[in-house]
Design a protein around this ligand. Sequence first.
Ligand code: SF4
Ligand code: SF4
Length: 97
Amino acid sequence: MPTDCNHCALCCRYVNVPPFTYRDGDAPPEPLRREIETFEQSRRLANVFDTCIWLDPDTLRCRHYEDRPRACRNFELDGATCRDMRRIAKMDETPRH
Ligand code: SF4
Ligand code: SF4
């Protein structure tokens, strides 16, 4: 079972933008909100789908970890969805360092 997220980031790969709800305080600080809005406008034009724009492709870590959405804070390491994603992606059961 995974005990940390090192070299995984699967749950950051299919959302395109940080999944804020923009309700009950779940929203990014203003400069980061503008970054998201700018991307969404360009995506509408280019029809681009990729990993979350906050995922650092080199470190596979969130670039704005302290400001990440509630859904990301609540996503459970080694929870059912985490395990399903890793199983489907055929990732090792043990974390890689
Ligand atoms: S899928 Fe699981 S192990 Fe991978 S980054 Fe997300 S929470 Fe971490
Ligand atoms: S943790 Fe960061 S990089 Fe991953 S989906 Fe959430 S906002 Fe995006």
